[in-house]
Design a protein around this ligand. Sequence first.
Ligand code: ADP
Ligand code: MG
Length: 693
Amino acid sequence: MIMSELYGSMVFCDKVMSKRLPKETYAELKRCCELDLPLSLEVANVIANEMKEWAIEKGVTHFTHWFQPMTGITAEKHDSFIAPTKSGEVIMELSGKELIKGEPDASSFPNGGLRSTFEARGYTAWDPTSYAFIKDGILCIPTAFCSYNGDALDKKTPLLRSMEAINRQGVRLLRLLGRKTERLDVTVGSEQEYFLVDTKEFEKRKDLFYTGRTLFGARPPKGQELDDHYFGAIKPRVVRYMKELDEELWKLGILAKTKHNEVAPAQHEFAPIYTSVNVASDQNQLTMEMMKKVASRHGMTCLLHEKPFGGVNGSGKHNNWSLCTNFGHNLFEPGSSPQDNAQFLLILAAVIAAVDKHQDLLRISVASAGNDHRLGANEAPPAIVSMFLGDEITGILQAIADGRTFSSRANCEVKLGVHVLPKFAMDRSDRNRTSPFAFTGNKFEFRMPGSAQSIAGVNVVLNTILAEQFEEFADELEKEKDLSAGISRIIKRVMTEHGRIIFNGNNYSEEWVEEAERRGLLNLKSTVDALPLLTSEKNIKLFESQNVFTERELRSREEIYTETYCRLVNIEAMTMLDIATEQILPAAIKYKGELVKVAENSIKIGVPADTETEMATTLARLIGSANQKTAALRTALEKAHKTGEHISGGRCFCDEVLPAMSELRSVCDELELNTAKEYWPLPSYGDILFSIY
Ligand code: ADP
Ligand code: MG
């Protein structure tokens, strides 16, 4: 199929709607989307009917409201279009009401106390800003998911609210600066890392199967030390996979753009072209689903876990984020006139203040049991939030803060307002790969998110903290007669109070950890350290004042995330106990028995068996130790179970269960190195990481 026919062929997109809907209906839909107004039932009926006709032409018989509960993945329940007629036949129907609103039983989705079971109904509401699409022969209608009294039970609702918040305050600030801006949109492009392994190997490992990561595994002779995988030639089987993935995504209207090999063996990266954050978030969910689905057609399994393998790099997701006005102007693009630059520097100051004030929230937004293995492990940014601006911009901001008119760093005169400020000679190659939050020329790249997580959460935080800062600046400038004096004063204040968050050096270094501590920056090492801060007074006030979360909704999130953390670590620990007792110990004992038998027989006939004896002795010691560590893990786990799935239980999982797991793993990995391959029950790291060739 040619590209123009392929691209978006499964999407009820703007082009299709403008062609198929009656003119007035189409205009009304556009108007409602732009002004965030509800659609009337008459209009919804017309749209629903046309959507159904379009879907039927493509062989579709069912539809679903597609939503994103707090499990972090997507949910769907399929209903067919059929409706009986009086004459006993069926017709295919989709009413406006069915399009706009669904009522799935919500009792089995996480709700963190937001909904008692007697009011189990939740409802899904159509989000017309994200197009309906066809996936696996089902018409999928993107929706928000709420409880009966309107509490958000999903990831999309707060994201939409945060977009409104930043739009509200951003437009207000820009108007004060003399702009005619009517709308401010958030645009996001998320780079996605993943691993591909052969399904035959995957299926032999219960740890990968149940938890998405390997819980045992000695280091292979070759890992990523030669740096020969990054950007290397892609293996033919993977090329075929990537081609099919691109095509599937294009059909869904996803602008799949970049693909390459990543640092670790078997690791790859995918990136689309950026788009509006709500759509980008929906599309990232779809992309992850498609990655898995297409892999299975090629006999491969796609691993999205943040740390599938110990000792080699894990996977992240880079959230590239910027703000765009309805005139297509990117607010993070340095300007060419003094006035533009004053605006640009003011917006940057807002980001600096917001990130410094809310380091905790950014850390929380990427907190998960999986991502804890990655942050600070010399492959991803540390758990300390800081931002990179590059020497040039930092120099200019510092010069303004110091009241100097010349920035030697940027080699230019720094004046805001009337005087001519030379266009910044922004060096786009001025990059820092280790920063958690880096300015990359015309966007910020947030590099802490984990590969498996939805990007909705991080963008809710980014949008909301910036909305609050915009509000603060707008309140201040509203009272100001001399705009450029006001802007200079704000920049100066932000640099004095929040300049500590800027760090242009190596974030992976030990010195930075010490320096960050001196600066008073937070270092929330684990999910359990971070989560309790979600409902601090500061954060409740922030989210309530920007209408993004009510206190109840925020508390429910803290409860759900804590519960999820406990459950994930629990599954991992149980899986380890299973594998250790049912597979590893029996295998090692069997091999030791074999060695003992050989030694005995040799000695009987006078042949020396020193090596066999020594090997068996080593094994006996390791087996004893593994058995002990298994018991210790069991004890730690029992304690965690008794403590419960609250934050104290989380602490127990983090401080006692995880260390016990890592001790058990290290003895078992040593056992692996001392056991003949034919006896070892699991494919080795080498077998899995190099399974695709
Ligand atoms: P990298 O060097 O990190 O691979 P790229 O420049 O290739 O970065 O871009 C990575 C992602 O950033 C892509 O998804 C791209 O579409 C997105 N991106 C580029 N410009 C913007 C922007 N203004 N806003 C949001 N995302 C953007
Ligand atoms: Mg990147």
